[in-house]
Ligand binder design. Structure first.
Ligand code: ACO
Length: 424
């Protein structure tokens, strides 16, 4: 079978053969035949904007792999910190490499006192923690001026470690502030996820001991959320990174993209939806209303997964483990009923809409005591590893600045009219 395609410009009969590489064709090759003709692809649904070796995703087969390792195996056997190392370095660490990595991340968990005093405490008393996180991450760039040396490998590694280490501290600080609780400093004798839980929940006890089942469940959720190839926030990271901005500014842009309900805010939307449904009896009429075009079934559907989201399968098992400690989330039965009805319904089947990772993650977070506003923040902590892996890859590839074309649909040229001569 020929590994190329031929296109013909019917306006002048010219044709061009373009090789197929890794399942794609080069748009710049197309452009040779079609100068000035742009590919119209809103949402970039049919456009590969980069080459990447970080994550493999097959939406039809429900496959997700980080650096070639199946997500199921990583969720079963690995830890978030090890997965972060894998994403960033391409290989699983040896024992020594892991010890050094863990030690370095642990040493960088503290934030500059002025980040806490001047920035975090400067927010309005009811500030949304995700809004605080977006701004605090951007503010970090003003504390680490060496971050601008993005082509100095030593500086780059240092910022990566700082960001991975400080994200849980900023996240917990944003929560504590938004509920009027005092800031808790990191306890660097604790592992990464338990340290975050300590900063979240510690009150007056000398040392906060997280339930090991809950700490492991959160670590698994962090693994599942660590990367997802070219999603909206990673694309934001890459677009800003392509301008050679420092990694804190890039991460702030990625956090902002994650804030939206179509992306990192989806699990919050799921809980609000389940709460609104309120009882099992209301499920069928809710599904009918969605089918009539009144809103969407939150936590259902995915741009890429069209059979099932492999993360949703793992998360269901994690939910059972968490509920065995916390007691069942009362919204679970409504979620299960909703899933059962939707999976049998022609509307959802024909559109290939299945539960995504967010359908259950919110129920787990809520059972663990996290307020809804913290859900996107909980997503940002692990995704920072993925964002940085893509940022690093982008810089190593020496890519062009992201600058798409547009199809102009505005007015034709016209002359300026002085204000007193304009029609009201
Ligand atoms: N409920 C009901 N109908 C839906 C849903 C849904 N959740 N998702 C898609 N559809 C329908 C659309 O109405 C459309 O129907 P039509 O062809 O009759 O017009 C069709 O399915 C295709 O929908 P699109 O919006 O074109 O699909 P797209 O791939 O652009 O959207 C998205 C993907 C944004 C995730 C969408 O499915 C959605 O809004 N889901 C709910 C929000 C959500 O769960 N987001 C989390 C994503 S996972 C993550 O970010 C970690």
């Amino acid at each position: 079978m020929a590994e190329s395609i031929t296109i013909t410009d019917n306006r002048n009969g010219q044709s061009l053969e373009i090789p197929l590489e890794n399942g794609g064709v080069s748009a710049s090759d197309f452009s040779k035949l079609l100068p000035g003709v742009w590919f119209y692809d809103p949402g970039l649904t049919a456009t590969a904007a980069c080459e990447s070796a970080v994550t493999f995703l097959d939406g039809d087969a429900g496959i997700l792999r980080y650096r070639g390792y199946p997500i199921e195996q990583l969720a079963e056997d690995s830890t978030f910190l090890e997965v972060a190392y894998l994403l960033l370095n391409g290989e699983l660490p040896t024992t020594t490499e892991y010890e050094v990595w863990e030690q370095e991340v642990t040493l960088h968990t503290f934030i500059h006192e002025n980040v806490r005093k001047r920035f975090l405490e400067g927010f309005h008393y009811d500030a949304h923690p995700m809004g605080m996180l977006v701004s605090a991450v951007a503010a970090l760039s003003t504390f680490y001026l060496d971050a601008k040396d993005i082509f100095d490998p030593e500086s780059r590694d240092k910022q990566i470690i700082r960001l991975i280490a400080k994200m849980p501290t900023l996240a917990a600080a944003a929560h504590r502030f938004s509920v009027g609780m005092p800031f808790v400093y990191p306890d660097n004798s604790l592992p990464f996820t338990s340290n975050f839980l300590s900063m979240m929940w510690k009150i007056a006890e000398p040392r906060f001991e997280a339930d090991p089942v809950l700490a492991r469940a959160l670590d698994v959720l962090f693994i599942l959320h660590a990367d997802h190839e070219q999603n909206c926030s990673t694309t934001a990271m890459r677009v800003v990174g392509s301008s050679h901005a420092d990694p804190y500014s890039c991460c702030a842009a990625a956090c902002a993209a994650l804030y939206g309900p179509r992306h990192g805010g989806a699990n919050e939307a799921v809980i609000r939806m389940l709460t609104e449904i309120g009882s099992l009896d209301n499920v069928p009429s809710f599904v009918e209303a969605v089918k009539q075009g009144h809103g969407r079934l939150q936590g259902f559907g995915h741009r890429v997964y069209k059979s099932y989201d492999p993360r949703a399968k793992i998360i269901k098992r994690t939910a059972d483990e968490v509920f065995s400690i916390t007691g069942k989330n009362p919204l679970l039965d409504i979620a299960l009923k909703l899933e059962e009805i939707a999976l049998k319904d022609e509307y959802f089947i024909s559109r290939r809409l299945y539960p995504n990772v967010d359908f259950y993650s919110g129920l787990i977070y809520q059972a663990m005591g996290f307020p809804l506003e913290m859900f996107p923040v909980l997503f940002a902590i692990p995704r920072t590893a993925g964002w940085l892996a893509h940022w690093q890859e982008l810089l190593d590839q020496d890519t062009k600045i992201a600058r798409p074309r547009q199809l102009y649909i505005g007015p034709e040229p016209r002359d300026y009219v002085p204000i007193d001569q304009r029609r009201s």
